[in-house]
Design a protein around this ligand. Structure first.
Ligand code: GUN
Length: 296
């Protein structure tokens, strides 16, 4: 029997821990605050930002969204970030990606106060993660670690294949899986668009994390029996629905499920975990900045 991970259920249990930590902060007069900055972006960006805002309200985080016209110069975004860095009520700052082409992403990521960088994308936080001393683990791979633990999957000793080398998912996922720490200790292969014979790599894997943004590219014939499969993809594909599209993962769920021992579907798997870990990191940030200890 294949275990299909219910991302919403795992997310809800982590949110219980987050709510308890928020109660501890509130008892000391600290309300965690998260500011999300939206400057244009793709079709999904506005939707994601409003989902993040709603999730904040639901657990008791003071969430605000700052919108900047995508035609404004990069300096307009820098000013907003500087103000949020200086605002003591804001513990976490998230600048929604992607940014307009004229805005230099690296400048932006470096501008966010590393203690407020709840995405974990500031070079200081990336460096800390890679060197084995993470402050904020990036939300999606962190959520996947939590999901694996909840499904009793320990990556220790596994051959893990990460499909995709993005800064947001692939690279930090590979790093977390190889760390000498709980939820790590795997032997990790990172595959990408230039990888030769991808199926040979995935067939030799015990664990595959698919994060490439190509609808249903990982199929059952590319997997061995008993593989653990995590689908990070949320691709919009044309469909005869009210919206004119539907969301589909990077994994062909039906054929992969025939081979997998554990599989997380998309939608309904990693997505809810990503937002939950943003709440988690915001509470961690509020704790670090206020000096009030919380258990998470
Ligand atoms: N765009 C897609 N995923 C993310 C994320 O995790 N953080 C930010 N800031 N932007 C994103």
């Amino acid at each position: 029997m294949t275990h299909v991970i219910d991302g919403n259920a795992v997310a809800e249990s982590v949110r219980d821990d987050v709510r308890a930590a928020i109660d501890d902060l509130e008892a000391e007069g600290v309300t965690p605050g998260l500011a999300t900055v939206l400057m244009g972006g793709d079709d999904g960006s506005a939707t994601y930002v409003s989902m993040k805002q709603r999730a904040c309200e639901e657990v008791g985080i003071d969430g605000t969204t700052v919108e900047i016209d995508p035609d404004e110069p990069a300096e307009a975004l820098y000013e907003v970030i500087d103000d949020l860095n200086d605002d003591p009520a804001v513990h976490g700052i998230l600048v929604q990606m992607p940014l307009p082409d004229h805005v230099p992403k690296r400048e932006v990521l470096s501008r966010v106060d590393p203690l407020k960088d709840v995405d974990g994308f500031h070079p200081e936080n990336v460096g800390r993660l890679v060197s084995g001393n993470p402050r904020f683990k990036p939300c999606t791979p962190h959520g996947i670690q939590k999901m694996l633990a909840a499904a009793d999957v320990d990556p220790e000793g596994m051959d893990a294949v990460v499909l995709g080398r993005s800064e947001i998912v692939g690279k930090p996922m590979a790093n977390l899986l190889m760390q000498k720490a709980d939820g790590g200790n795997a032997t990790v292969t990172v595959c990408h668009s230039r990888t030769r014979d991808l199926a040979e790599k995935t067939r030799n894997a015990d664990l595959v994390v698919a994060a490439v943004g190509r609808p249903e590219m990982l199929t059952g014939d590319m997997l061995s029996e008993g593989t653990v499969v995590i689908d990070v993809g949320t691709n919009r594909v044309d469909a005869d629905t009210e919206k004119g599209y539907e969301l589909t993962g990077d994994v062909d769920f039906e054929s992969a499920k025939q081979k997998a021992s554990v599989i997380s579907p998309s939608p309904g798997g990693v997505g809810p975990m990503t937002i939950t870990m943003l709440l988690y990191n915001t509470v961690t940030a509020a704790s670090l900045q206020s000096g009030v200890d919380v258990e998470l």
